[in-house]
Design a protein around this ligand. Structure first.
Ligand code: HEC
Length: 428
């Protein structure tokens, strides 16, 4: 798959070079060259700087020309293989409209490659856009929460150390059931640079391996406000599980990540419950030692009509790729999404409202997963070992986190009609 992406990029780069050849030089003899100040800085502002600036999680700042120039080769490599920015949706398969999509277009990648190949020129300083301003780290993007639950104790990340992955559990403190309207998971202001990701879930108890997904924090993401008329039920006595990934930054840093919730008024219930569930869990993984392309399939039946709002592959170290497909009641199939997998990043892909798949009851969600148990996978703990399903981090997994809500037949027909009208409008 990577190869296919590279081939198409190659074609685009060639097209761009060919275009430059026929482009007439401008009146003063200057060619229309790609420069940092004119072309690259706006891309970095939009797609890189949330993470690549002082005090954020990335290893270097890409705020200025002088900071970016030494990284030019690495930048070309990471953007042209689409390993940066982290966003692994396959652009040739399935739905393409996502909220918080930070990926680069093929044209933007071609621009960055052309800039690096031209020697990464600075360009005219007056072309440089004003520096991007970032939100205050104490700010909640969902507004002041009604309820805030922090991790149980402040977490100290040493100056130097291996990445830390693990689960922390806090009592929600809720003594009655409440419907939530929005949710945001957020590191403390000091912890911001060391929190690589934080995924929050609701569980009935610490040992439960089921539960409702709450929210995923990653830099550049601003919390989730549920679609109008939908909400998630937080039961009294719920436990909140924080799945954390901490990374050292060269100085001891203390974090206290919290999750903030806003509620529907007491007694008011949203029309639809927005579920977020682990579906199509595969308990029969058989991943031979050394094999770099092991496929497994698993299925989940939807017994009600559903509107799918979000998708997250869930694999462990040997994960390589996951695709989800709908097998519709009439037997036809529709590819919904494919995503490569990098264990270092847990990304939730939320569909744009207009693109959320509408699946009639009787649909099977078909999950296809590929694992790479070879030494070529940098996350592989030991390529000499067979791997199967399990909870330990040395075991592997395959399931699909989905967010969805159910529609009755009338609502479903109305949603389909709305989609049909919209699609026809687009065609005109
Ligand atoms: C969501 C946060 C995030 C975004 C957005 C992001 N990066 Fe990164 N980047 C990282 C982190 C963290 C690393 C360190 C390696 C890792 O964890 O994968 C990294 C590593 C890199 C590296 C490798 C540095 C090295 O040590 O060799 C390059 C180059 C890079 N990023 C370029 C970019 C560019 C260019 C963009 C935008 C087009 C971008 N990144 C967007 C977080 C981000």
């Amino acid at each position: 798959m990577q190869a296919r992406v590279r081939i198409s990029l190659g074609a685009i780069t060639c097209a761009l070079v060919a275009g430059t050849l026929v482009n007439p030089t401008t009146a003063f003899g200057q060619t229309d060259d790609v420069t940092f100040t004119k072309d690259i800085a706006p891309i970095f502002q939009a797609s890189c700087q949330t993470c690549h600036r002082d005090g954020a999680i990335a290893p270097m700042s890409l705020m200025t020309y002088d900071e970016s120039r030494p990284w030019a080769r690495a930048i070309k490599d990471k953007v042209s293989t689409r390993s940066m920015p982290p966003w692994y949706i396959d652009r040739n398969i399935g739905v393409q409209d996502f909220k918080y999509d930070r990926s680069l277009s093929d044209d933007q990648i071609a621009t960055i490659v052309a800039w690096v190949d031209a020697g990464a020129p600075r360009g005219n300083p007056s072309d440089m856009p004003a520096a991007r301003q970032f939100a205050n780290r104490d700010m909640w993007h969902i507004g002041e929460p009604d309820w805030i639950v922090p991790i149980p104790e402040p977490f100290v990340v040493p100056a130097d150390g291996a990445n830390w992955w693990g689960d922390l559990f806090s009592d929600s403190g809720l003594t009655e059931d409440r419907w939530i309207k929005s949710v945001e998971t957020k590191p403390s202001a000091e912890g911001f640079p060391v929190v690589h990701h934080a995924v929050t879930r609701l569980q009935e108890s610490v040992d439960s391996d089921q539960g409702e997904f709450l929210n995923e924090y990653a830099q550049g993401k601003n919390g989730d406000a549920f679609p109008a008329g939908t909400g998630r039920l937080v039961k009294a006595g719920s436990i909140i599980r924080f799945n954390m990934h901490y990374a050292s930054i060269g100085k001891e840093t203390t974090d206290r990540t919290s999750v903030g919730l806003t509620f529907y008024p007491k007694g008011e219930e949203p029309k639809h419950e927005l579920f977020s569930r682990a579906l199509a869990q595969n308990y029969d993984l058989d991943i031979p030692a050394g094999d770099d392309d092991v496929r497994h399939d698993s299925y989940h039946p939807f017994t009600e009509n559903v509107r799918l709002t979000g998708y997250q592959p869930h694999l462990h170290n040997r994960g390589k790729r996951q695709c989800i497909e709908a097998i519709l009641p009439d037997g036809t199939t529709e590819m919904l999404s494919c995503s490569n997998w990098d264990f270092g990043w847990h990304i939730v892909y939320n569909y744009e409202d207009d693109a959320q798949p509408l699946l009639p009851k009787g649909t099977f969600l078909h999950t296809m997963t590929w694992h790479d148990n070879s030494a070529g996978n940098r996350w592989n703990p030991d390529a000499r070992n067979w791997a199967g399903f399990g909870q330990r981090s040395s075991d592997d997994m395959s399931f699909t986190w989905t967010s969805y809500y159910e529609l009755d037949d009338d609502e479903f027909a109305a949603a389909q009609e709305e989609r049909r009208v919209m699609t026809n409008d687009d065609d005109n």
